[in-house]
Design a protein around this ligand. Structure first.
Ligand SMILES: Nc1ncnc2c1ncn2[C@@H]1O[C@H](COP(=O)(O)OP(=O)(O)OP(=O)(O)O)[C@@H](O)[C@H]1O
Ligand SMILES: [Mg+2]
Length: 454
């Protein structure tokens, strides 16, 4: 997986940076130590040469003239001319002696310093040592080219090592961050699986107690609480619906008895009919709520059979046609394709009835309700269309939620509970299928399509 600009990426980058900067600091310290050591070695060399020169000059050197100095040390400086460059001068800075290898050039002086680096024109970089004795300055220099080359090699090697370290630490950091974040990824994967229909799933909790396992444990506890309250709500809906069914049946029974007895004036009879209608409506809502809570509780089981939807639809179409035409509307049915789909005819009939009854409610006078079905190799697709006004695009997904009714869409919602489409969706979920709604064209009616895998 490509590393995103994520926590893992930042972790790897920080690790690589910290490791490389630490190494760079060590190299800088090493550079200083090595340089000091090399220069100290050159200083010791200069020192021994100066000591030899002083011995040659003898104890009375302060009173010597140019010639005498030349006589006493020329030989020494000649024999060491590969290594050392020598100047002797008095306090007035008059040069009294040049070693031949200087070719008359003076070794540069740095005021107040006795050990320093300098560059002699025509010779190159040198390490200089200055010895002051009784008015006579002996200045000895030795080439530092070799030492400088060593320092340059050191810098090249260190730079190469730093680049290698940077690359290696990016690799190691990437590996480490993946390793460290693995439990977090597992938690995220499980969290993605947990939904209202799958609350039993839990995060894996590692054996060892650390921050991550504590987090997983806390999340699991939170999901336990959520699952409990979800179950309580579901149980409440199921139990409440169930409890309401019996008294409602009794109310209906008594009302029907009264209607049959028929001892009422017309106004009272009218009221009784309204009462019965409302009781039936309530009964239907309770049935639907019971169905939904059974699906939620995974109690409802389907009996899907692989079958040709053609005969099933041809059996359903006349019933749908009768319903549609009863409202003065037109009905059109078409089915194409051969093959089988796995479905439970009883429940799919329920879905189709819900969709057709919605289409009827949405249709204008003289409108047409179309049922079109198509079966191909892997999907059975059914669409129910009407000539109504359709829906605002923001509502197309909401209408599958419970108790959602969209006002002002020309939908004749005299007695609607807003549960029909959520039941359709539950039934299709149980079939491993899908359902969605789309506008045929702006203000051109609604098309509700469901698909079931073959
Ligand atoms: N064919 C349609 N055209 C326009 N709006 C529709 C259509 N079908 C559904 N709707 C909108 O979606 C809402 C929800 O539909 P659903 O079938 O879930 O409930 P209902 O038909 O209102 O009530 P119930 O089906 O429970 O009797 C409806 O109230 C209506 O506003
Ligand atoms: Mg409906």
């Amino acid at each position: 997986m490509l590393m995103r600009h994520s926590f893992g990426f930042r972790l790897a980058a920080w690790y690589a940076l910290a490791a490389t900067v630490t190494l760079a600091c060590l190299f800088v310290i090493g550079h200083e130590l090595l340089y000091t050591r090399l220069m100290h070695g050159l200083d010791l060399l200069n020192n021994s040469e100066a000591r030899q020169l002083r011995t040659r000059l003898g104890p009375d050197y302060a009173n010597l003239d140019l010639e005498a100095i030349d006589q006493r040390i020329r030989e020494v400086t000649e024999s060491a001319s590969v290594l050392f460059y020598v100047n002797v001068h008095n306090t007035a800075n008059n040069i009294m002696f040049y070693s031949h290898n200087l070719n008359g050039v003076t070794i540069p002086d740095v005021k107040g310093e006795h050990r320093y680096d300098a560059v002699i024109p025509g010779v190159g970089p040198v390490r200089v040592a200055e010895y002051v004795h009784d008015g006579l300055d002996i200045v000895v220099a030795t080439s530092s080219a070799q030492a400088n080359a060593t320092m340059r090699d050191y810098v090249v090697v260190c730079t190469a090592l730093l680049v290698a370290m940077l690359l290696a630490s990016i690799g190691i950091g990437y590996g480490l961050s993946r390793l460290a974040l693995r439990p977090v990824r597992m938690i995220a994967e499980t969290a993605r699986l947990i939904g209202s229909d799958n609350l039993g799933e839990r995060m894996p909790v590692a054996e060892v107690r650390d921050e991550i396992s504590d987090l997983a444990r806390l999340l699991n506890e939170m999901f336990d609480r959520l699952e409990t309250s979800f179950n309580q709500i579901r149980r409440f809906t199921a139990e409440a619906s169930h409890e309401l069914k019996t008294p409602l049946s009794l109310v209906r029974l008594h009302a029907e008895k009264l209607v049959i007895e028929g001892k009422f004036v017309p106004a009272q009879e009218e009221a009784l009919h309204i009462l019965l209608e409302e009781v039936n409506y309530l009964d239907r809502i309770i049935d639907r709520l019971l169905f939904l809570s059974r699906v939620d509780a995974k109690v409802t089981r389907l009996d899907p059979v692989a079958q040709d939807p053609g005969p099933f639809l041809r059996g359903f179409a006349p019933d749908a046609g009768a319903l549609v035409e009863d409202r003065g509307l037109h009905f059109r049915f078409a089915h194409s394709g051969n093959g089988t789909a796995r479905f439970d005819a009883k429940w799919i009939r329920q879905v189709l009835l819900n969709l057709v009854s919605n289409a009827i409610k949405a249709s204008p006078a003289n409108g047409e309700v179309r049922l079109a079905s198509d079966l191909d190799d892997d999907t059975w697709r059914v669409a129910v269309e009407d000539d109504g006004r359709g829906l605002p695009s923001t509502e197309l997904e909401h209408i599958f939620e419970r108790f959602v009714r969209v006002p002002g869409t020309g939908y004749d919602d005299g007695k609607s509970s807003g549960l029909g489409l959520s039941i359709c969706r539950s039934i299709l979920d149980l079939h491993g299928g899908r359902i969605h709604a789309e506008n045929i064209a702006p203000n051109g009616g609604l098309r509700v399509v469901f698909e079931i895998p073959g």
